[in-house]
Design a protein around this ligand. Structure first.
Ligand code: B1M
Length: 801
C-alpha cells in the first residue's frame, strides 16, 4: 500500500490496530521450543497465524507482523542471522494469507542495548541493525512500519532514519512512557514530538507500560502539540503478580472507556498492548471502527530539543539566548585543554552559561591539530550529560557537523551554512536528513554584501535551494550579519533593515545574530551589545548568540546614537566611555612646525587639517616632500599602533588616523617626479589574503610608479592563486607582497609556493611591518625591503638585468 493511500484512509476513518502479541504467545505457551519469539514464524508458523487470525476476526485493520526484535544485532546474538529473510518473509506472508485486506505493519523495536553515552553501541551500529531489518520488511511487502515500545530517543532516531531511508510506505513511531509522561531515560512527550516530527514520521503514538486511563491523558498532550495522526496502544493496566503469575488488572470496560476518551481528544489509531487480547479489540472495533477522526488544528510549534527538554521557540521570550562561550577561538588555555581531550572547561562553561540564563548552547570545537569530528561528538555527548538545554552545533567542517548532529539527542540547530553553492550542496542535506534547524549567513563567495537588498538576495537564493532539497523553509534561521559599529557604522542600519524586510517576506523563517560583533574594537562593549540587542529585537530578532554572563538590560543613549550612525567616528561615545583625549589641544598646533603638525594630525585622526598642512609642506620648498610626509606619518602611525595595543586607542581612532594618513599620501603622491630614464616594466603589488592594511602597500606602489614602473595594484585581501594567475597573464618583472599581521604573513609563503609550482619566471619581493629578512629567506622570497625606497632599489636592479 502506498503511503498516500494509507494517509488518506487515516483521514477518513479511525483505524483499529491489533492487541498484545507477546503476552498472548506466553499465555498460549507458543514460546515453547523457540530461541526468540520471531523464530516462531519459521518454526511454528501455525502458532503466529492463530494470533493473527484472532485479531483479524476481532476487527483489526492493521496487524503488526511478528518481527519486533528481528534486527541484525539481535538475530546475530541468537545465531539466527542466516534465517532473517525467512523470518521476516513468513511474518508478513502469514498475515496476507489470512486476509488480503489487512494492513500489514512491519514491526520494529529496541535492540536491547543503548547507544553511547548511555550504552556502548555507536549510532551507526544501531542504524545499520535497523536498516537491515527495514530493508527486508520493504522487500517482503510490508504496507507500513510501526516502530514501537521505544524508550530511548537516540535509538528511536536511528530507527526512524533507517525506516525513512529504506522503506517507501508510511512510518508510525510509538514510545513508552511512565505515568508522569517521561520515558525511563528521561524523555518527555514534547521532546518525543519534536524529534519525531522533525525527522518526518507520518504518525506517532504511545504504547505499553501503563494502563489505558493514564495513557489517555498522555495522548491528550500529544493531541494538543502535534497535527500528526496519533496511535494509542495501552496495556491492560500495570501488571501485578498474583500467585506468581503476571496479571493485568484492567477490565475491558475500563479499557474501552479510556479509549473513547482518547478518541475525544483526537487519537486516530487504537489497539492494545501487554495484557490485552482479541476480546478487547473486538469491543474496541465495535465502538470505534466507523467513527470519523476528530479534526485537530494545533497552532504551529517550533521545537528545539534534547533528550529531556524542549523549547517552543514560537512561545519563548525573545531573544532566545544561545550561549557563545563553548568556543576555543582566541582562548589559548582552553585550546590546550582540548588538544589533550580534556573537556572540563566545556562542561563548566555549559553549566555556568545555563545558570546565567542561556536557553541554548553553541558548541564549537575548532582547534587546529585535533580530530574535530571526535572532539565535537564527545563534547556534544558530555554537554548533554551535564545540562538539558538544546544545542547549536557550530563547525566549518561539514564532516564534523554531520557526525555531531547525528549523535545529538534531540533536535539541534546547525551553525551554519551561507550562500556559497559548495556549502549549500553539503550542509542543507545534513539539516534535512537529521531534521535540524539551520542558521544561514547572508554572505557568499564575495563576502558580506554592503546593502540590505543584496543580503536579502542571498537569503532568496538559500530558500530556493532549500525548496529544491525538500528542506522546509521554516527550518532556516537567517543571520543578516552585524559588523562592528567602530569600522562600519553605516552598516548597522543595513542589518536592521534586512531583518525587518526578511520578517515581512519570509515570516516562517527565524532570525539570529552574533550580537557581540557589533562592539568589536570599542570600549565598554557590553553597553553597545545590550543597546543593540534591544534594537534588533524590535525588528524581530528571535535568537541572539551572546555571552549570557553579560548584563543585557543596558539601553544607553550614547550607544544608540553611535548605532544609529549619528556619532561620526564614535567621538561622543569615546568621550563618555574612555579616557581618550586628543594628544595635544588643537589650539596649540599652530605653534608647531608643519612636520609636527602633520604628526599630530595623524595621531589625532584629524583628516580635515591634512590638506592645509600638506599645502604648507609642499609650498615650503621642501626638496623631498614625499619623504617628509612618509617619515612623519609612519612615526605617528607607529604610536597609534602602540596605543591600540595598550587599549588607549580603539578601532575608531585607528580608522580615523588611517584615513588622515591616506589623504596625506594621496596629496603628496602627485609631487613624486617620474623617472623618465627608466623604461617601464610591469610590477604586481598586493596585500595578501586576510589582510586589509594598504597604506604601506600604496606607498610602495607610488614610489615604484615614480620610478617609471607600470604598477598593477591588485588591492587588499588578495587570494594567492589570483596573484599567480595575474602574473601568468602579464609576465611582470616582480610581484610585491605586503602583510602587516603575523597571522597573514604565512600567505606570502603560499604565493611563493604557487609561483614555483606554476614556474612563473618572476621575482617575489616582500615587506610590511611584521615581515623580516629572516622570514623572507625562510619562505623562499627573492627579496625583502624595509620600506618603499628599498623596494624600488631592488626592482631597479632587476630592470637592469
Ligand atoms: Co591594524 N593592526 N588591524 N588597522 N593597524 C596593526 C598592523 C597592528 C600592529 C596594531 C597593533 O595591534 N599594535 C596589529 C597587528 C598585530 C600583528 O599581527 N602583529 C593590527 C591589527 C590587530 C588589526 C585588526 C585585527 C584590528 C581589529 O580589527 N581588532 C584589523 C585587521 C584587519 C585585517 O587586516 N583583516 C586592523 C585594521 C586596521 C585598520 C583598517 C583600522 C587600519 C588600516 C587601514 C588601511 O590600511 N587602509 C589599521 C592600521 C592603520 C594599523 C596601524 C596602526 C598602522 C599601519 C600602517 O598603515 N602603518 C598598525 C600599527 C603599526 O603598524 N604600527 C596596525 C603605516 C604604513 C606606511 O606602514 O604598512 O608597515 P607599513 O608599510 C611600510 C613598511 O612596512 C614597508 O613600506 C612602508 C613604508 O614605506 N612595506 C613594504 C609595506 N609593505 C611593503 C611591501 C614591500 C616592501 C615594503 O614590497 C612589496
Amino acid at each position: 500500500m502506498n503511503k498516500q493511500k494509507f494517509l488518506d484512509i487515516l483521514k477518513s476513518r479511525i483505524l483499529i490496530m491489533d492487541g498484545a502479541t507477546g503476552t498472548e504467545l506466553q499465555k498460549k505457551k507458543y514460546l515453547d521450543g523457540v530461541e526468540i519469539p520471531e523464530e516462531i514464524n519459521i518454526k511454528f508458523p501455525e502458532r503466529i497465524a492463530d494470533i493473527y487470525s484472532s485479531y483479524i476476526n476481532a476487527g483489526s485493520d492493521i496487524i503488526l507482523a511478528n518481527t519486533f526484535g528481528a534486527n541484525l544485532i539481535r538475530l546475530k546474538q541468537h545465531g539466527l542471522l542466516d534465517k532473517a529473510d525467512d523470518i521476516i518473509k513468513s511474518g508478513i506472508d502469514l498475515i496476507r494469507e489470512i486476509s488480503s485486506d489487512t494492513i500489514v505493519a512491519g514491526d520494529i523495536s529496541s535492540i536491547g542495548e543503548y547507544i553511547e553515552p548511555l550504552g556502548s553501541l555507536t549510532f551507526d551500529e544501531a542504524y545499520n541493525s535497523f536498516a537491515f531489518q527495514v530493508s527486508l520488511l520493504q522487500k517482503h511487502g510490508a504496507d507500513v512500519i510501526v516502530i514501537e515500545t521505544m524508550t530511548e530517543i537516540k535509538e528511536t532516531k536511528a530507527a526512524i532514519l533507517a525506516a525513512k531511508e529504506n522503506f517507501d510506505g508510511a512510518i508510525i513511531v510509538q514510545m513508552t512512557f511512565s505515568k508522569d509522561g517521561v520515558t525511563v531515560t528521561g524523555t518527555d512527550l514534547k521532546s518525543f514530538i519534536a524529534m519525531a516530527e522533525s525527522l518526518g514520521v507520518d504518525a506517532l503514538g504511545l504504547n505499553c507500560s501503563i494502563g489505558s486511563r493514564d495513557l489517555a491523558e498522555l495522548a491528550k498532550v500529544l493531541c494538543v502539540n502535534t497535527n500528526l495522526p496519533i496511535s494509542f496502544k495501552p496495556n491492560a493496566g500495570i501488571p501485578v503478580l498474583i500467585n506468581r503469575e503476571t496479571c493485568f488488572p484492567e477490565t475491558k470496560e475500563e479499557f474501552i472507556e479510556a479509549s473513547l476518551k482518547a478518541y475525544s481528544y483526537g487519537v486516530n489509531m487504537f489497539g492494545g498492548c501487554c495484557g490485552t487480547n482479541p476480546e478487547f479489540i473486538k469491543i474496541l472495533s465495535g465502538e470505534l471502527m466507523n467513527k470519523a477522526p476528530k479534526i485537530r488544528s494545533v497552532k504551529s510549534k517550533y521545537f528545539l530539543s534534547t533528550r529531556t527538554k524542549t523549547i517552543d521557540i514560537n512561545e519563548a521570550e525573545k531573544p532566545v539566548i544561545i550561549g557563545e562561550r563553548i568556543n576555543p577561538t582566541n582562548r589559548k588555555k582552553f585550546q590546550e585543554e582540548l588538544l589533550k581531550g580534556n573537556l572540563s572547561t566545556v562542561k563548566d562553561e555549559a553549566r555556568s552559561q545555563v545558570w546565567s540564563g542561556a536557553n541554548l548552547l553553541d558548541v564549537n570545537m575548532g582547534v587546529p591539530g585535533t580530530d574535530e569530528i571526535k572532539l565535537l561528538i564527545n563534547a556534544v555527548n558530555q554537554i548533554q550529560e551535564t545540562v538539558s538545554v538544546p544545542l547549536c552545533i557550530d563547525s566549518s567542517n561539514s564532516g564534523a557537523l554531520e557526525q555531531a548532529v547525528k549523535n545529538c539527542a534531540g533536535r539541534p540547530l546547525i551553525n551554519s551554512v551561507n550562500g556559497e553553492q559548495a556549502k549549500l550542496d553539503v550542509i542543507l542535506p545534513i539539516a534535512k536528513r537529521y531534521g535540524a534547524a539551520l542558521i544561514a549567513l547572508t554572505t557568499d563567495d564575495n563576502g558580506i554584501p554592503a546593502t540590505a537588498e543584496k543580503r536579502l538576495k542571498i537569503a532568496a537564493k538559500i530558500l530556493n535551494f532549500a525548496d529544491r532539497c525538500g528542506l522546509e523553509r521554516k527550518n532556516i534561521v537567517f543571520d543578516y550579519l552585524v559588523l562592528s559599529a567602530s569600522s562600519s557604522p553605516d552598516q548597522i542600519g543595513e542589518t536592521l533593515k534586512a531583518m525587518r524586510e526578511s520578517k515581512r517576506m519570509y515570516p516562517e523563517c527565524k532570525l539570529v545574530l552574533g550580537v557581540s560583533n557589533v562592539s568589536f574594537g570599542l570600549p565598554s562593549r557590553q553597553t553597545i551589545n545590550s543597546t543593540f540587542l534591544k534594537m534588533a529585537v524590535a525588528v524581530g530578532l528571535d535568537f541572539a548568540i551572546a555571552n549570557p554572563h553579560e548584563n543585557w538590560d543596558i539601553d544607553d543613549p550614547f550607544a544608540k546614537n553611535l548605532l544609529e550612525n549619528k556619532d561620526k567616528g564614535a567621538v561622543k561615545y569615546m568621550e563618555v566611555f574612555t579616557s581618550f583625549r586628543k594628544q595635544i589641544p588643537e589650539t596649540e598646533t599652530e605653534k608647531l612646525t608643519t612636520d609636527k603638525q602633520l604628526y599630530f594630525a595623524i595621531l589625532n585622526g584629524n583628516r580635515d587639517s591634512v590638506d592645509d598642512i600638506l599645502s604648507q609642506i609642499i609650498a615650503s620648498g621642501d626638496s623631498n616632500p614625499f619623504r617628509t610626509v612618509n617619515n612623519n606619518v609612519l612615526k605617528a602611525l607607529n604610536v597609534v599602533g602602540e596605543k591600540f595595543a595598550s587599549k588607549e586607542y580603539f578601532l575608531p581612532q585607528i580608522i580615523m588616523s588611517a584615513q588622515a594618513a591616506q589623504s596625506a599620501f594621496a596629496i603628496v603622491k602627485a609631487t613624486l617626479k617620474k623617472d623618465e630614464a627608466s623604461s617601464a616594466g610591469k610590477i604586481i603589488i598586493a596585500t595578501v589574503k586576510g589582510d586589509m592594511h594598504d597604506i604601506g602597500k600604496n606607498i610602495v606602489g607610488a614610489v615604484l610608479e615614480s620610478y617609471g614602473f607600470d604598477v598593477i595594484d591588485m588591492g587588499v585581501n588578495v587570494d594567492s592563486q589570483s596573484i599567480i594567475d595575474e602574473a601568468h597573464k602579464i609576465n611582470p618583472i616582480a610581484i610585491g607582497l605586503s602583510a602587516l599581521m603575523t597571522t597573514t604573513m604565512p600567505e606570502m609563503g603560499m604565493v611563493v609556493k604557487l609561483k614555483n609550482a606554476a614556474r612563473v619566471p618572476t621575482k617575489i619581493i616582500v615587506g610590511g611591518a611584521a615581515v623580516t629578512e629572516k622570514f623572507a629567506k625562510e619562505i623562499g622570497a627573492d627579496a625583502y625591503a624595509r620600506d618603499a625606497m628599498e623596494a624600488a632599489g631592488y626592482v631597479k636592479t632587476l630592470q637592469k638585468n
